[in-house]
Design a protein around this ligand. Structure first.
Ligand code: ZN
Length: 354
């Protein structure tokens, strides 16, 4: 079968190879992959910054945003039928099976010894067939087949938003206005969820006001801010909630000053720049004197995927084709390289296996 692999930490190692079809073990399901979405993590693995092959393998099969059909059910899985449409979650329990992994909340793993399909010590789904534990697959209604590839990134946004609301149960909180920094797939999906929750949403990014990203923000009733014309530090509005999805230290620090008292800010980026903050004392004082709260959020679990399915239906109902507009590039597996090349107005690239 065809598989898209990488050999981290080598740079530009992504290529297509032929390998034998995998066999499901007890509790596993054999999946026939329909498509995979490519995101920043996949590109970082290709750059050699990230990614660890499974033990004993010289390469890592990529792909953690997948849509597949159940091809064959391993012994005693019992949850699925052959032909079911599924989206796999990414993270699997740690070796120690910690408190959180034990209840399926692998995204909150305590030990760091978890496994992640297509990223860390487990093969991904960018191959014609793949195997995965039946307990970590999410069944998707067939009418969502064309949009299900957005479910994994949507689950990340669902976790960020639901945890923000959960955390804010610490006080009386009536959020009106949210700020999303970054208009990649994650920023745009977060914007849509926040709109469904009834918030006014401002979205800041670097593209022009007539770009596709800006248009998508407008089409769900958000306000787009081009930070090249209006830098974040010059904004006068304040926000109850901020979601940082750029991974840029400067954007994160500037945004901190826009948080209202009792507000909450969620960080979703991986901040690779090693920058010193000269006024860190002021940052901390600002947090204390306003009861402000900052937290990080990574990965997601089945619950967040289930929330995502409900919200896809609601987004379709309210904003029609907006989710389809996020998928800007579709390629067949033999043309996989096109999906890794990032062009200016790209949002989400998808590689099809069928
Ligand atoms: Zn764990």
């Amino acid at each position: 079968m065809k598989a898209i692999i990488a050999e981290p930490p080598q740079k530009n190692s992504v290529r297509l190879i032929e390998i034998p079809k995998p066999l499901p073990k007890k509790g596993q399901v054999l999946l026939e992959t329909l498509c995979v979405g490519i995101d920043g993590t996949d590109r970082e693995i290709d750059e050699g910054l990230y990614g660890t092959p499974p033990r004993g393998s010289g390469y890592l099969i990529l792909g953690h945003e997948a849509v597949a059909r159940v091809e064959e059910i391993g012994h005693k899985s019992g949850i699925f039928s052959e032909g079911d449409l599924i989206v796999p979650t990414v993270r699997r329990p740690c070796k120690e099976n910690c408190l959180n992994c034990r209840i399926g909340e692998t995204d909150m793993c305590l030990t760091g010894n978890y496994f992640e399909h297509g990223i860390y010590k487990l093969h991904g789904f960018a191959s014609e067939y793949a195997v995965s534990d039946a307990n970590f697959l999410v069944k998707v209604p067939t009418e969502l087949e064309d949009l299900a590839v957005l479910l994994e990134p949507l689950s990340i946004a669902e976790k960020a938003v639901s945890q923000s609301f959960k955390i804010q149960e610490r006080t009386r909180w009536d959020p009106r206005k949210a700020f999303v920094v970054g208009a990649g797939p994650l920023g745009l999906l977060t914007t849509m969820i926040l709109r469904l929750r009834g918030l006014e949403v401002d979205v800041a990014a670097t593209r022009e006001k007539d770009s596709l990203k800006a248009k998508i923000v407008g089409s769900v009733g958000g306000t787009y801010i081009n930070v090249r014309q209006t830098p974040i530090r010059t904004l006068e509005d304040k926000y109850d909630m901020v979601i940082e999805a750029t991974g840029r230290v400067e954007a994160a620090l500037e945004t901190l000053t826009l948080l209202r008292p009792n507000g909450v800010m969620c960080f979703l980026g991986v901040y690779r720049e090693k920058k010193a903050c000269e006024e860190f004392g002021n940052v901390l004082t600002n947090i204390v004197l306003g009861n402000r709260l900052m937290f990080g959020s990574v990965s997601s679990n089945k619950n967040h995927f289930e929330m995502g399915i409900e919200d896809i239906f609601e987004i379709k109902r309210r904003y029609e084709g907006v989710l389809n507009n996020l998928i800007t590039k579709k390629t067949y597996v033999t043309d996989y390289k096109k999906a890794f090349a990032s062009e200016r107005d790209d949002i989400k690239s998808v590689i099809y296996f069928k």
